[in-house]
Design a protein around this ligand. Structure first.
Ligand code: PEP
Ligand code: MG
Length: 565
């Protein structure tokens, strides 16, 4: 293996520490495995006891980790793990294990088969539990790993800070991470707009994705991760680590000198807003000078919920955020359920061969209008009596019909400022039709790029195509930004300092990003005029490839180099 591995840097910063891998798949215990004289002396009672003890140990472990997450302020983590502990203790499951062992099946195989039966039973009970299957598999694998003495799957435990290495990370994996323990993320899969990348940026953790061979790194080997350059250096010297850290610190202090609301050098205001997934992200947003929230990903509040959140719970989660910005705006996105963010209480209608092209976002709201109505009502109650401006937008809008339907639901609920995300190419191309229905747009460049380039956000091998610098993507931004309504960008493109300038040059009126990117973008805008931004935009659109667009834009944005960006 070479000393330096190259992937795609998606969250800047330097992090050094030992590799801790999310363990690979737990193998299926062979069919026909039976307990006999060689184990527990053929004693079915003893075999049953070790199987049930393994399930109980898994439940207790999950519960204990949940309590630790809560003690560290991560109550979402406790809820996720608590729900899994309940599943592990399900009496129906224990009965299934007992019955299998009674038939002579060995403990590990009995656990495997009992879960299989349980899964089928749940599937037979409706689509409702489709999204729980991963949780069930996780509990099953943990119990089998215990019984077979294999490494525990899932996020590793460690007393010292570590570099988390995985094939890919799901939002539910990262819900239980202690940010103080993880110094960097490295994944083999996942593109620059995957949720791994978004979560890393939100947590302010350096990250490299789409790194070929990441999962072949040995557990415990020390690495230095450079989240800007996209490199992972094996066995770095102390000097390497010191140099990387001081470069990051120097840049941070240069950037910290630019403060105040976002604006170009010649004074064109460009409000700089934060992308958040819940009240827990407010602290970082405020610390980085966010002027409001430009994207509240409300589905992140309910990723592991089997039942719809109560009205009171929703109201509180929204009110806390609105209260944090008394002079600002808060743009709340209605639930973007589906694809890589399944919500158990909003099931897909069935197997979807291409979930990213399936029922997600507004399409799911059309299927479950009652859930949308409850969310809108909770938002209106949350905003009552507060001074923050509440704006509400729908994800995955395709045409003017979608937009008109959403605006009508907002009107009925008393939401004053409806908007839509522009993240489907059809919507971008017909932005004028859609602008007639709503008050504002917010361009989701992550999905817009995925759909324009036909490159799934989850697939690491396609990172090259998941690049919002693709001139075709810029060509789709332009009509949306020129459609006559205020138009922000809330995809990850807004947090790239050079691209942020280009977007402003294309006519975008506000930018919303993960909190740690705010100082970078604030500094980049403050050092360039609107005219320079327009020239950079023109140059990027005239280019033929993403790499050429990036290079061409930078020739009009000279201060980026001075800022080390
Ligand atoms: C986007 O698609 O750009 C976006 C902001 O939404 P999400 O990343 O949550 O899909
Ligand atoms: Mg999106």
């Amino acid at each position: 293996m070479p000393d330096v591995l190259q992937g795609t840097g998606v969250s800047p910063g330097a992090g050094a520490g030992p590799v801790r891998k999310i363990a690979g798949d737990v193998p299926e215990p062979p069919a026909g495995d039976r307990h006999g004289a060689d184990r527990q002396g053929g004693d079915a009672d003893a075999e049953r006891d070790i199987a049930l003890a393994a399930l109980e140990a898994v439940a207790a472990d999950l519960e204990e980790r949940g309590e630790r997450a809560a003690a560290a302020g991560n109550t979402d983590g406790r809820d996720v793990l608590g729900a899994q502990a309940l599943m592990a203790r399900d009496p129906g499951l224990a009965d299934g294990v007992r019955a299998k062992i009674g038939e002579g099946v060995g403990a590990a195989r009995a656990v495997f088969e009992a879960f299989g039966v349980y899964r089928e039973m749940l599937a037979g009970a409706g689509e409702y539990l489709a999204a729980r299957v991963t949780d069930l598999d996780d509990i099953r694998d943990r119990a089998i790993a215990r019984l077979l003495g294999l490494p525990m799957p899932g996020v590793p435990e460690s007393d010292e800070p570590f570099v988390l290495v995985a094939r890919d990370l799901a939002p539910a994996d990262t819900a239980v991470l202690d940010p103080a323990k993880v110094v960097a993320f490295v994944t083999e899969e996942g593109g620059p707009t995957s949720h791994t990348a978004i979560i890393a940026r939100t947590m302010g953790v350096p990250a490299v994705v789409a790194l070929p061979g990441a999962t072949s790194l040995d557990d415990g080997v020390r690495v230095l991760v450079d989240g800007a350059a996209g490199t992972v250096r094996l066995d770095p010297s102390e000097e390497d680590v010191r140099a990387a850290r001081s470069a990051v610190a120097a840049r941070a202090s240069a950037l910290a000198e630019v403060t105040g609301p976002g604006a170009t050098a010649d004074g064109r205001p460009v409000p700089l807003l934060a992308n958040i997934g819940g009240p827990k992200d407010l602290e970082a947003a405020l610390a980085n000078g966010a002027e409001g929230v430009g994207l509240y990903r409300t589905e992140f509040l309910f990723l592991d919920r089997a039942t719809p959140p109560s009205d009171a719970e929703q109201e509180e989660a929204y009110r806390t955020v609105l209260e944090a910005f008394p002079q600002g705006r808060v743009v709340v996105r209605t639930l973007d359920a589906g694809a890589d963010k399944p919500l158990a209480f909003l099931p897909a209608p069935g197997e979807e061969p291409n979930p990213a092209l399936g029922e997600r976002g507004l399409r799911m709201s059309l299927r479950h209008p009652d859930v949308l109505a409850a969310q809108l009502a909770a938002l209106v109650r949350a905003a009552a009596g507060l001074t923050a401006k509440l704006q509400v937008m729908a994800p995955m809008v395709t045409d003017a019909g979608d937009a008109a339907w959403f605006a009508e639901q907002c009107r009925d609920a008393g939401v004053a400022h409806p908007g839509v995300m522009i993240e489907v190419p059809a919507a971008a191309l017909r932005a004028r039709d859609i602008a007639a229905e709503v008050e504002f747009f917010s361009i989701g460049t992550n999905d817009l790029t995925q759909y324009a380039c036909a490159a799934d956000r989850q697939v690491g091998g396609l990172a090259r195509l998941q690049d919002p610098w693709q001139p075709a993507v810029l060509d789709l931004v332009a009509p949306a930004a020129g459609a006559g309504v205020p138009c922000g960008v809330c995809g990850e493109a807004a947090g790239d300092p050079a691209l942020a300038c280009v977007l402003v040059g294309l006519g975008v009126t506000s930018l919303s990003m993960s909190a740690p990117s705010l100082p970078l973008v604030r500094a980049a805008l403050a050092r360039h005029t609107l005219d320079q931004c327009r020239q950079a935009a023109e140059a990027a659109r005239t280019a033929r490839t993403a790499a050429q667009a990036r290079e061409a834009a930078r020739t009009h944005l000279p201060a980026l180099t001075d800022l080390g960006l």
